[in-house]
Design a protein around this ligand. Sequence first.
Ligand SMILES: [Zn+2]
Ligand SMILES: [Zn+2]
Length: 332
Amino acid sequence: MPASRDLVVLTADGLYCPAGDFHIDPWRPVPRAVITHGHGDHARGGMGEYHCSEASLPILRWRLGEQRYRAYAHGERFRLGGATVSLHPAGHVLGSVQVRIEAGGEVWVASGDYKRQADPTCAPFEVVPCDTFITEATFGLPVYRWPDTAAVAADIVDWRRRCEARGEAAVLFCYALGKAQRVLAEIGAHERRPVLLHGAIAAGVQVYREAGVDLPPTRPVAEEAKGRDFAGELVLAPPSAAGSAWMRRFRRAQTGFASGWMRLRGNRRRRNYDRGFVVSDHADWPDLMRTVRETGARRVIATHGNTDAIVRALVEDGIAAEAFRTGYGDED
Ligand SMILES: [Zn+2]
Ligand SMILES: [Zn+2]
């Protein structure tokens, strides 16, 4: 297929759709951006227009302030240049979408970040049939397979109780946008005891609550009495708080990290966490392979992370696969 017919190409500014004259999650300022979700490496400031899902607006407004937003319902079709575009749930975080592009009789889908596991805080991933699928590959190695998240939440509750018996706080690090709210919602199914929050997480929790997501009761750590003993409390904090002065308020504490990266024991040891809990907002290896098959795509372009292994596996399956080098991070 000649490259000129491609509906999405890689440019210095990011993924670009020539037919529609717009970028998807660009990493440099451009006139017209379609944004898949509110994580900092996908939604950046300085764009002329932001085309996004209605469900992602509260997060984008929180992160980027007032901008020229055009928000669409899931599946609503709109025209950008010569392309027909629609946004479909990606199941990654609140408001996250895939971008479907149709032009010249071809359909391409750019996944953004996505997962297939159930998540009570956002709409589930929708399989969108396409000719070419641009898939993320953050965890594109066969070793990455996720356990059932409800079981992991039960482990976290059990860990808190053990800490309580030892007179320790249980400080669980997790990314402030998406992961923290999902972990809260999953824990809420096991116990409705208040969870204490670092300020960076409390802000995102507020955005989710205002969007109507049901979360268990929480309290900001900052409003607790000076010198109080946090023994037995579950505290959620961003990874940046690990090893910081903020930790000194917990006289005795165990630390844990909730992330797909915790699937590898070496990561936990290197980062010095007492416990690792495998909870990811990205697709694991079996779900990456399954999703590619379910879209029916004849051609696949992998972005982010471990693209080599997924490209190799797909080529072995007879699918035309390649990788784009993108400017996205590997937070999870
Ligand atoms: Zn993301
Ligand atoms: Zn990403």
